[in-house]
Design a protein around this ligand. Structure first.
Ligand code: GDP
Length: 299
């Protein structure tokens, strides 16, 4: 948690400093409200959520009166609500009837999908779970090789298929192997070609259907690159429409990303951010903690 705070504080200090500086003024006038709005929008909170947030802040300030210090408190409270303070962020990794839990990891190429599968494997292994990986991203050159490297790195087996082969067939093989070998969790890396929506739906739908001949899918994690801001949101909406996403992994929060995207994700998709990626190394994945996150966001 300390590391998370440090990294978030490092990357999102801009928002924190900006807002707190605005709120330390003697009085909040129209210009200040506009600047607060601009700051939130620049931080990727999104236009809609920003306007709602500012409207609520103004209303509460009007009704409750108070100083700019209480504006800061109200802002902290509202942001915590917006990132889904009470959402269930547990990962569905427990299978039914003695079978393995099945986690599908989906998202556009380059968002950090394969890396996330590797890091998540590491996290589960540390909890003494028996993990198996399925390299069903058969379209991206080197994805299978990359996942195999992760498998060696964190000490778990990887089920692979031929490059350009059928992703659903690799996913099926992985889950079958997992069931046979008594694995606790099978993590399936899927192909992230964002062609047209129908194509994506066919592909992911087939992977899910085929896998479920073996064992129910217990978690569908959508990986989003925080540095892509509102563009990432557009991709996320498409995925959320074609497959029942149960959790979001927000990657690259260690970079120049502006963490306000968490607000947009939670509000627009109604799916909780469950994990955050904070770097390229095996231990750079952390559970999302709303209070800590907002504290870091506000500096
Ligand atoms: P995929 O195409 O979605 O499977 O993406 P990859 O897993 O290959 O990741 C794309 C690039 O992003 C790689 O260079 C990763 O090392 C990097 N990456 C993934 N997650 C993170 C993260 O949380 N932080 C940073 N800084 N880089 C990341």
């Amino acid at each position: 948690l300390v590391r998370l705070r440090r990294r978030l504080a490092g990357s999102q200090g801009g928002l924190g400093r900006g807002l707190l500086a605005l709120l330390s003024r003697d009085r909040v006038d129209e210009d200040t409200w506009e600047e607060i709005e601009d700051t939130l929008i620049t931080a990727d909170v999104g236009v809609g959520p920003t306007q709602e947030l500012v409207a609520r802040l103004r209303e509460r300030l009007r009704v409750e009166g108070g100083s700019t210090a209480s504006v800061a408190d109200v802002l902290r409270e509202e942001l915590t609500t917006l990132v889904g303070r009470d959402a269930d962020r547990s990962l569905g990794t427990t299978g039914a009837d003695g079978g393995p839990g099945v986690v599908l990891v989906v998202g556009v190429n380059g968002t950090g999908k394969t890396t996330t599968v590797g890091k998540l494997a590491r996290m589960l292994v540390a909890e003494d779970r028996r993990v198996l990986l399925g390299a069903a991203d058969t379209f991206r050159a080197a994805a299978t090789e990359q996942l195999s490297t992760w498998g060696e790195r964190v000490g778990v087996e990887v089920v692979t298929g031929p490059e350009g082969g059928d992703p659903a067939s690799v996913a099926f093989d992985a889950v079958r192997r997992g069931a046979e070998d008594g694995a606790d969790v099978v993590l399936v890396d899927t192909a992230g070609r964002l062609q047209n929506k129908a194509g994506l739906m066919d592909e992911l739908g087939k992977v899910k259907r085929v896998v479920e001949k073996q064992a129910p899918v217990t978690e569908v994690l959508l990986v989003l690159d925080a540095t892509t801001g509102q563009n990432g949101m557009t991709q996320a909406r498409v995925f959320a429409e074609v497959v029942d996403v149960t959790g979001i992994v927000l990657t690259k929060l260690d970079g120049s990303a502006k963490g306000g995207i968490v607000v947009a994700v939670q509000r627009e998709l109604g799916v909780p951010v469950k994990l955050v990626g904070l770097g390229e190394g095996p231990d750079d994945l952390a559970p999302f903690d709303p209070d800590g996150f907002v504290a870091a966001l506000l500096g």
